[in-house]
Design a protein around this ligand. Structure first.
Ligand code: FAD
Length: 595
């Protein structure tokens, strides 16, 4: 079952609103305890902050200055866990933190630690944190990572072999430490839901909690659907927007509702429980990123991430983004409009490019190298914003109960990609407790469906290559296709390549100008709830981040949707134009008209 109603057991379904990383992780966690779940998203899976983040799985070194020791410890444990459970999507990344002085920043860090943010800003000075400040922070970071196998940090001099080529005159020292990168949180979130569906299937085979959810836990995902609470407590779920597949409305009697709509939490409450949300829960800040096609800068950072300070002391990441691109982020600007309307503005582009130029004057990137940008709103709690600087707002997550609602109803506030699983575990325990149920299992040791690394990944690539060759691709191309497919789908990659059918020309097997099989489109529609061209281009196949994406490729994907009767042929041209227009308007990305 995928997009349909949850069947007879739907009468006792827990409804999760929002299919971002937190909603998806929570759905999976609840299913592990045998509870039926319906996930509803007004847009697509991972179409909110999850897709617009810096894509790091990290402890959050700088949160130590705000005394967030428990959050950093939780994040470090989860960082470790996610690299084990989803090694195909979450990979360790070594970071290089350039430093200008030996002693700078000690006073400011101490002031911040005791909550004196304005004093900290006055004492910050113009040369940022020095070796001692960074060294103390990283030593604590290492100590909080205890139990993991991650290497301890080390201090090096600028120009050390293999290190990023930052301005050695300005930054004579650097600290080297490890964190992790989740290149595509969009795919991670989809896999959480794929796993949730597997758990439901497992529970159908062997009923986990027969007395509560007869006959077995069920699972449904409704993307591009709006919700309305009816006076009798039922929830009406209606298709909206870009769905062209004939989906119809359904009604559920929710046993509980969890509002996991991130930066939209207050808006969702206003819509479902008018008057209940008089206290604002979210005080979001907007953060922008640039994607650069700048070969000199990409060469200068090598395979490490660089974590530095902009001229105003704000943290800036300069990260490898695939083999050729560089990701730079981010800004942190209070934002209280509709999160869907947040856009990167010109000043932010100037600011981020200036930060890069300050760190890498010899490899400074100009505006021409900005192939796209993106922007998201952090779902930060509105409470606890006392000290003023957006960076000082806590990144902790919390579950807020709404007692006035007719059904048990909670909102999730805050959170990070990194802590999605621990947030889900804690939230599921609270929801289950309130429903009089106990936790039967957790996701602590449960790998994601595509999980593979080392020899298992090599085996997946060689199986995928074998299928691609059998379909008629030359050996080298087959290997590239296998690598690209496994990079996105992990151990599920060979299944996609096995679905490639022999053809006369390689072009008919692959999406134009890419190494991805056209069969991946069918797979994402059949297995991963993709229903629109945008879903496929932006959040399943990740082609939106392919610097060489062409109109021809988008047309081929759209044509596949037509063949699957997901898109009427007469709307094909309009859909393609809308997809290209959205990439241009939202992300500044110009799609090559190439054929
Ligand atoms: C600029 C920036 C950088 C970040 N960098 C990092 C980082 O490097 N590492 C890290 O760990 N974290 C990072 N974060 C934080 C992290 O991205 C978010 O905390 C996380 O993605 C929030 O996930 P979510 O599921 O709660 O919300 P979202 O991903 O925003 O999902 C909410 C979903 O709710 C849906 N929705 C909205 N209204 C409704 C409705 N009425 N009904 C149903 N559905 C609805 C939306 O379509 C959306 O899909 C960053 C965030 C930002 C913005």
């Amino acid at each position: 079952m995928s997009q349909q109603a949850a069947g007879p057991a739907a009468s006792a379904t827990v409804v999760v609103l929002g299919a971002g990383i937190n909603g998806a992780a929570l759905a999976r966690e609840l299913l592990l305890s045998g509870v039926s779940v319906a996930v509803v998203d007004a847009g697509d899976i991972a179409s909110g902050a999850t897709a617009w983040s810096t894509r790091l799985v990290h402890g959050g070194l700088r949160y130590l200055e705000y005394g967030e020791v428990a959050l950093v410890r939780e994040s470090l444990v989860e960082r470790d866990r996610l690299t084990r459970l989803a090694p195909h999507l979450v990979k360790p990344l070594e970071f290089y933190l350039p430093v200008e002085t030996r002693l700078g920043g000690l006073g400011a860090a101490a002031a911040r630690l005791v909550g004196l943010e304005s004093l900290a800003r006055r004492w910050r000075g113009s040369r940022g944190r020095g070796c001692w400040t960074v060294g103390i922070g990283l030593t604590l970071y290492d100590l909080l990572s205890v139990g993991s196998r991650w290497p301890w940090h080390r201090l090096v001099r600028a120009g050390a072999a293999g290190m990023p080529q930052v301005d050695a005159g300005r930054f004579p020292f650097a600290a080297v430490y490890a964190d992790a990168q989740m290149l595509f949180p969009e795919r991670f979130t989809v896999e959480l839901l794929v796993d949730a569906r597997r758990i439901a299937a497992e529970s159908a085979a062997q009923t986990v909690r027969p007395s509560v959810m007869q006959p077995a836990a069920q699972f449904a995902v409704f993307t591009h659907h709006a919700t309305r609470l009816l006076p009798d407590g039922r929830l009406r779920i209606e298709p909206v927007g870009r769905r062209r597949d004939g989906a119809t409305a359904v009604e559920l009697q929710p046993a509980a509702i969890i509002n996991a709509t991130g930066a939209w939490v207050d808006r969702t409450l206003d819509g479902l429980l008018p008057g209940a949300g008089e206290r604002r829960l979210i005080g979001g800040t907007k953060g922008s990123h640039l994607v650069l096609a700048a070969p000199a800068l990409r060469a200068a950072i090598g395979d490490r991430g660089v974590y530095a300070e902009a001229a105003d002391g704000r943290p800036v990441f300069v990260l490898p983004f695939g083999e050729r691109l560089v990701l730079v982020g981010t800004t942190d600007i209070p934002f209280d409009g509709d999160p869907a309307a947040a856009r990167t503005d010109d000043d932010e582009i100037t600011y981020l490019l200036a930060a890069v130029a300050r760190i890498f004057p010899a490899a400074a990137a100009d505006r021409e190298t900005v192939v796209q940008h993106y922007c998201g709103v952090r779902p930060l709690p509105s409470a606890g914003q006392g000290s003023g600087a957006p960076g000082s707002i806590t990144r902790r997550h919390m579950l807020v109960r709404h007692p006035a609602a007719g059904v048990p109803f909670w909102s999730i506030v805050g959170g990070k990609l990194t802590t999605c699983r621990s947030l889900a575990e804690a939230a599921a325990a609270e929801v289950l407790g309130c429903l009089g149920l106990s936790v039967l299992a957790t996701s602590r040791e449960r790998p994601l469906p595509g999980s593979c690394a080392g020899p298992a990944r090599a085996a997946a690539e060689s199986a995928a290559a074998m299928h691609a060759e059998a379909a008629g691709l030359p050996v080298d191309r087959a290997r590239r296709v296998a690598r690209a497919t496994v990079a996105l789908f992990g151990s599920r990659g060979p299944e996609i390549c096995a679905a490639m059918r022999p053809a006369d020309a390689a072009d008919r097997l692959l999406i134009h100008g890419t190494d991805l099989p056209l069969a991946a489109v069918w797979f994402c529609v059949r297995e991963e709830w993709a229903v629109s061209l945008d879903d496929l281009i932006e959040r399943r196949l990740m082609l939106a981040f392919d610097a060489g994406l062409t109109r021809a490729a988008i047309e081929e994907v759209a044509e596949a949707l037509v063949q699957m009767e997901m898109l009427p042929r007469e709307l094909l041209a309009e859909e393609v134009a809308a997809c290209i227009g959205r990439l241009r308007k939202r992300c500044g990305k110009i799609v090559d008209s190439g054929v």
